[in-house]
Design a protein around this ligand. Structure first.
Ligand SMILES: [Zn+2]
Ligand SMILES: [Zn+2]
Length: 270
C-alpha cells in the first residue's frame, strides 16, 4: 500500500519510483512462477519421469521431446511476464479504489465468500469457452492460438504455453470479474491454485481418472485429461476448460471423447 502511495506522489524522474515498480512486478512474476514450477514440475516428474514405464493409461504414443518441453517452458515464461503485468494493473486498481479485493471475511457476508469461489469457476469456464472458440477462427489460430497447438503431444509444462496476446486474453478473467464484484483475497488464491493444478492436469497426457468417470451423473460434468488431450491432437472440438457442459450444449464435444476415455481407462495395468 505504502509503495503505491509513494509511487503516486513520486516524480517519475526519480529512479527510486522505478525500483519500487520493478520490485512489485518481480514479486508478481515470482509468485505466479513458483505456482507454475511446482504444479507442472510435480505432474511432469511423477507421470513423465518416475512412472514413465509403468503407466497403462497413456494418451500418447510418444513422449514429448526435450525440444517440445523447452518450447513450452519458454512460452510459459513469456506468459508469466504478461500475468505479472496484469497483476500490477490489478494492484493499481485495488489501491486506487477502482476495484475491491478484501481481507476481512465478514465484510461482504459469509454467503458471498463461500459462493464467490464456485461462481468464479463458472465465470472462468464460460469466458474460456467463448474466447477459445474465437481463438479457433482462422486469423487468430494462424497468428496467435497456433502457438499453444504446436504441442500435439503436450506435457504439463504446456499449461501456460501461449502467444503473449492469448496470455493477455486469459489474464483478463480476474480483472473483468473484479470490475463487477468484490473478491476475498483467499478466494483469489484458491482460484489461482485450482487453475494451475487443473491446467497442468489437463496437459498431463496420461489419464488418471478411473473408468466410468465421464459417464457418471456428477463427475461426467468435469473435464478430464483425455478431454483436453483430444483437443490438442485434432485442434477440433472439446473447447471447454473445467466443465464439459458447454461442449455438450453447443454440440462441440469431440465425437471420439467417450470412446477414447473408455479405451484408455480400460487397459490393464502393466
Ligand atoms: Zn492446452
Ligand atoms: Zn485450442
Amino acid at each position: 500500500m505504502e509503495f503505491w502511495h509513494y509511487l503516486q506522489s513520486a516524480p517519475w524522474s526519480d529512479p527510486e519510483a522505478w525500483r519500487w515498480l520493478a520490485g512489485l512486478y518481480t514479486r508478481n512474476f515470482l509468485k505466479e512462477g513458483v505456482f507454475y514450477l511446482v504444479a507442472a514440475g510435480l505432474m511432469w516428474g511423477v507421470l513423465h519421469v518416475a512412472l514413465r514405464r509403468r503407466l497403462a493409461h497413456r494418451l500418447i504414443a510418444q513422449w514429448p521431446s526435450s525440444g517440445d518441453v523447452r518450447r513450452e517452458i519458454r512460452y510459459s515464461i513469456s506468459t508469466l511476464l504478461v500475468f505479472a503485468a496484469v497483476g500490477l494493473a490489478v494492484l493499481a486498481a485495488v489501491i486506487t479504489g477502482r476495484v475491491e479485493v478484501y481481507f476481512q471475511a465478514s465484510r461482504h457476508g459469509w454467503v458471498w465468500l463461500v459462493l464467490s469461489f464456485p461462481l468464479m469457476l463458472l465465470w472462468h469456464d464460460f469466458y474460456f469457452y467463448v474466447t477459445h472458440r474465437l481463438l479457433h477462427t482462422r486469423w487468430w489460430f494462424r497468428h496467435v492460438h497456433g502457438v499453444h497447438h504446436r504441442s500435439r503431444n503436450p506435457s504439463p509444462w504446456a499449461a501456460y504455453s501461449f502467444h503473449p496476446a492469448e496470455a493477455l486474453v486469459n489474464a483478463l478473467v480476474t480483472p473483468l470479474a473484479l470490475a463487477v464484484v468484490p473478491l476475498h483475497v483467499g478466494v483469489l488464491l484458491a482460484f489461482t491454485l485450482h487453475q494451475i493444478v487443473r491446467n497442468v492436469h489437463g496437459h498431463a497426457a496420461v489419464e488418471i481418472m478411473p473408468a466410468g468417470f465421464t459417464r457418471h451423473w456428477l463427475w461426467g460434468r468435469f473435464t478430464t485429461t483425455t478431454h483436453h488431450h483430444l483437443h490438442h491432437e485434432t485442434a477440433q472440438g472439446n473447447y471447454g476448460l473445467w466443465f464439459s457442459w458447454w461442449d455438450r450444449w453447443l454440440g462441440t464435444e469431440h465425437v471420439q471423447y467417450q470412446q477414447r476415455f473408455s479405451e484408455v481407462t480400460g487397459r490393464a495395468k502393466p
